[in-house]
Design a protein around this ligand. Structure first.
Ligand code: NAP
Length: 260
């Protein structure tokens, strides 16, 4: 277990799914974690369960699309611990509509949470991080940010997060702040538990399964910790080989190329 004793972390969208697993693992590694989400009851339950394990965590209601809410979150963490070392910009929603069926309202809501929320989080956190000599920011993008995809608003937001990650990494490197992105493939959570695309995605994934929130959390922990101290501005795919060449692999399998 990587040691985050004395470190202070914010995880957004942390009440359930991948964010919950990330907050739990960072806390188990010794960090004090501010669990931030719009879902209050689930977030409070996570904080209670971490307290039962002897971990240090607090819940804060935070809508990541609000600048005012971010300012409040940074002041809350300053008052709580006086420092911030880790930010995981994890909160996100999907639209799962074709381009023709994406309304302007749905587009703006999704971009407001996924992309503007990440921008606001980076900007707010970096102010406090530079006061304590640096930190690590991990932005949750997606493997849909490596190709075209069937949800245009979601895809644009996740490509945007990759660009924002590199830009922030270059701007903040002198302050000791590293910024990286994590790009998961199919991870079964509340976001997609009943979605019709699960089976075709699993069939096409070279590893023939979905990933787990805990697998993503381990990568986030690595990037949050000093073990990744020479890494900044990078994207980390975690998708069972999907982006590496799932389509060509299928061609090879179906054309008998891999028969042994
Ligand atoms: P999830 O289970 O739906 O969890 C996301 C959490 O964020 C929920 O608690 C959600 O609350 C919260 N949230 C939504 N809008 C928010 C806002 N404005 N401010 C603060 N919190 C907000 O989703 P997940 O699968 O764990 O996804 C986590 C991240 O991974 C997302 O950025 C997602 O795009 C990304 N990702 C997921 C997958 C996947 O296959 N699951 C793949 C690639 C990338 P509500 O339930 O009220 O919306």
């Amino acid at each position: 277990m990587r040691n985050l004793e004395g470190r202070v972390a914010i995880v957004t969208g942390a009440s359930r799914g991948q964010g919950e697993a990330e907050a739990r693992l960072l806390a188990q590694a010794g960090a004090s974690v501010l669990v931030c989400d719009v879902l209050e009851a689930e977030g409070q339950a996570l904080v209670r369960s971490l307290a039962d394990e002897g971990r240090d965590a607090r819940f804060l209601a935070l809508d990541v699309s609000s600048k005012q809410a971010w300012d409040g979150a940074i002041e809350a963490v300053r008052a709580w611990k006086g420092r911030l070392d880790i930010l995981v910009n994890n909160a996100g929603i999907i639209n799962r509509k074709s381009l023709d069926d994406t309304t302007l309202e749905a587009w703006e809501r999704l971009i407001g949470i996924n992309l503007t929320g990440t921008f606001l989080g980076i900007q707010a956190a970096a102010r406090l991080m530079r006061e304590n000599g640096g930190g690590s920011i991990v932005n949750i993008s997606s493997n849909s940010a490596f190709s075209g995809h069937y949800d245009p608003a979601y895809t644009a937001s996740k490509w945007g997060i990759r660009g924002l990650t590199r830009t922030a990494a270059m701007e903040y490197v002198d302050w000791g702040i590293r910024v990286n992105s994590v790009c998961p493939g199919l991870i079964v959570t509340g976001l997609n538990a009943n979605a019709s695309h699960l089976k075709p995605m699993i069939d096409l994934t070279p590893m023939k399964r979905s990933g787990t929130p805990e697998e993503v959390a381990k990568l986030v922990l690595f990037l949050a910790s000093e073990d990744s101290s020479f890494i900044t501005g990078e994207d980390f795919l975690i998708d069972g080989g999907f982006t590496s060449g799932a389509a060509y692999r299928r061609v090879a399998v179906e054309s008998g190329l891999y028969e042994r």
